[in-house]
Write a protein that binds this ligand. Structure first.
Ligand code: ASP
Ligand code: MG
Length: 614
């Protein structure tokens, strides 16, 4: 049932479905081994498998992600196939790139050795579409999402894999219901039930069959919580899992009955999502990737539109776990990685990742393209885009992630790619602001040239479980930032005391970190321009650090100057109208600035610190 494609006379190794299959006797390892040995690799890849595919279509090559990894290592880039007639030998157009020089070879004749006989739909080149809670908040939104799914089918001529969050605020409502049962002995799932019923009714779906069984289990669980008076992290995960399980069932039914699409709802743990038992913030186990692949091969043919729960999984004991709040993005990128998806689309309620927070800078614009590293830096420094963990599978398996707006699908959104695939050439990608941070100044009292100083300082922060964001050091001093809510007065006193023997420690609050996510090769230019505009605005920069990741230059300023600073920097780097940069604040920001100024006045006054990058 498998076929192999062999070149007429080329020293290459060709991947074909037969060669990628375990069932065919070739293990993954040996396949990968062959690939490594091959002098060069040609790959025939079909882009849009058609449902009406005849044998010739199945003869084209489907390449799971692990093979693509190998291929990338070998720098084989673009591959496509031109098919003339169904029965004619396949005409392959491949592009090979060694050391960056792309070279197109066309018209190489490949003979088809065997004709597959209707192999079950093994489809790897899928698009994964994830829709967040606000995208599926009610029946109207669900209809809109169905339209988006339809459009995706038209575009890629195959069914996407759909991942859904819980509808609207369902996750929070479930947590509230759990707490009410635990603390007040009240068993009440009305909010969750009413939303599910309202959506079913509006979509004309049978709520008894669809959601009642789940809602009954939910009530039983709440009853249990009430009587046992216990709500462990494990039970909480089981509790919130109802949100996603409800939404996929309703949405799949809508696609099936109202849209006539062959949709099927799946719980992620049935699809293969396995995690450790760190409830509420579980980590995905490596075996998940194989489990997902084999599940798709066995159960989800290319005739099925899978609608899968985000956020939830199971541990090896079979207990439901969750991936942490906002974890559906991670579900989507993991599926994308396992299936070697062409793209993971994350549908949110914003036009992609913005150059900066539009609430602070109204003329912020969407960023068309950025690298995984830049997106991760942005996420760490306060931009609510994608969780940094969600980027990991996509980065590892090189799957582009596109952030789109389900309220404005025409907007192109932001695509997150590997750095080398990105085409951008601009000094600054985005600016992020994290306000309300504490600055800690540590000046060594007798440590010039001595060793162990930094080690002792960090050991102290580690024992207090304080996470340090930005650091700058000189020979005798160290400045670092902490989250404002991380260190209260008593802790500060203790730290000051603990480090007394080696250093003077002072805490100042009311600071902000402005992160310039940028191209490090142009860091001197960026710094020169940034300092110039900040100087023009009379803004005192208290600390500078260029992160080890080299995508981030962080500046620490006073909270009350942060908005002015970020507007000025935004105008400088994104060429927006200068009107917003003249320091005039809106009334809301003026109030915020006044509050911040009061906080800053209460803190110690500090000199300017500019130290070498840590
Ligand atoms: N429903 C979950 C939450 O609200 C997961 C998600 O939305 O990604 O955190
Ligand atoms: Mg949510």
């Amino acid at each position: 049932m498998h076929s192999a494609l062999r070149p007429a006379a080329q020293p290459c190794f060709i991947l074909a479905p037969g060669l990628t299959s375990n069932r065919n006797g070739l293990t993954r390892a040996s396949c990968a081994h062959e690939l490594r040995r091959a002098p060069c690799v040609w790959l025939a890849r079909r882009r849009f498998p058609r449902q009406t595919a005849g044998p010739q279509h199945d003869a084209s090559c489907l390449v799971p992600s692990f093979h693509r990894q190998e291929l990338h290592r070998q720098r084989v880039v673009a591959l496509s196939r031109r098919r003339t007639k169904r029965t004619a030998p396949l005409d392959i157009v491949a592009e090979r790139s060694d050391s960056g020089n792309a070279q197109a070879v066309s018209g190489t004749q490949f003979q088809q050795e065997a004709t597959p006989t209707g192999a079950p739909g093994k489809v790897y080149d899928r698009v994964v579409c994830k829709f967040g809670g606000s995208s599926v908040a009610d029946a109207e939104r669900m209809r809109e999402v169905a339209r988006l799914v339809r459009r995706q089918i038209e575009l890629s001529r195959q069914y996407p894999v759909v991942v859904l969050s819980a509808m609207g605020s369902t996750t929070n409502d479930l947590i509230a219901a759990g707490d009410a049962a635990l603390y007040e002995g009240i068993v009440d799932s009305t909010v969750v039930r009413n939303r599910a019923y309202a959506v079913c009714d509006a979509l004309g779906l049978d709520r008894e069959a669809l959601v009642d069984p789940l809602l009954m289990q939910l009530d039983q669980l709440l009853m249990g919580v009430k009587f046992i008076r216990e709500l462990s992290p494990r039970t909480r995960d089981y509790l919130v899992s109802f949100g996603e399980r409800l939404s996929v069932r309703i949405f799949a039914a809508h696609l099936l009955y109202n849209e006539g699409l062959p949709a099927r709802a799946f719980d992620a743990f049935d699809v293969g999502f396995r995690t450790d038992s760190n409830f509420q913030n579980a980590e995905i186990l490596e075996e998940t990737y194989d489990l997902i692949r084999s599940f798709f091969e066995r159960v989800v043919s290319n005739q099925t539109l899978a609608v899968i729960t985000g956020f939830i999984a199971k541990d090896n004991e079979g207990h439901v776990t969750t991936l942490g709040r906002g974890g559906s993005d991670l579900t989507a990128t993991t599926l994308g990685a396992a299936l070697g998806a062409t793209e993971v689309q994350v549908w949110k309620d914003v036009d992609g990742i913005m150059t900066t927070d539009p609430r602070l800078v109204p003329n912020a614009i969407p960023v068309a393209e950025m690298s995984f590293e830049e997106a991760a830096e942005l996420a760490y420094f306060g931009a609510k885009v994608l969780h940094p963990v969600a980027m990991q599978p996509a980065l590892r398996f090189n799957i582009p992630v596109r952030v789109k707006n389900s309220y404005n699908p025409e907007a192109p959104g932001t695509v997150i790619l590997r750095r080398e695939s990105a085409t951008m050439d601009r000094p600054v990608t985005a600016l992020s602001v994290k306000r309300g941070v504490q600055l800690v100044d540590i000046v060594s009292t007798r440590m010039v040239g001595a060793y162990g100083f930094l080690a002792r300082v960090f050991a102290c922060f580690a024992t207090h479980q304080l996470s340090v964001d930005v650091i700058a050091t000189s020979e005798v001093s160290l400045s670092l930032t902490l989250d404002a809510n991380a260190c209260d007065m008593t802790r500060q006193q203790r730290i000051i005391k603990e480090l007394q023997q080696i250093a003077q420690v002072s805490f100042s609050s009311g600071r902000a970190i402005i992160s310039i996510i940028s191209n490090v090769r142009r860091s001197s230019e960026i710094l020169a321009r940034a300092m110039k505009v900040l100087h023009e605005q009379n803004i005192e920069v208290q600390m500078i650090s260029q992160g080890a990741s080299k995508f981030n230059i962080s500046l620490v300023v006073h909270n009350d100057e942060a908005i002015t600073a970020v507007r000025a920097l935004h105008d400088e780097f994104f060429h927006c109208s200068p009107s917003a940069s003249n320091g005039t604040s809106t009334s809301a920001t003026a109030a915020a600035a006044a509050a911040a100024a009061a906080a800053a006045a209460a803190a110690n006054a500090d000199g300017v610190r500019v130290a070498g990058a840590a």
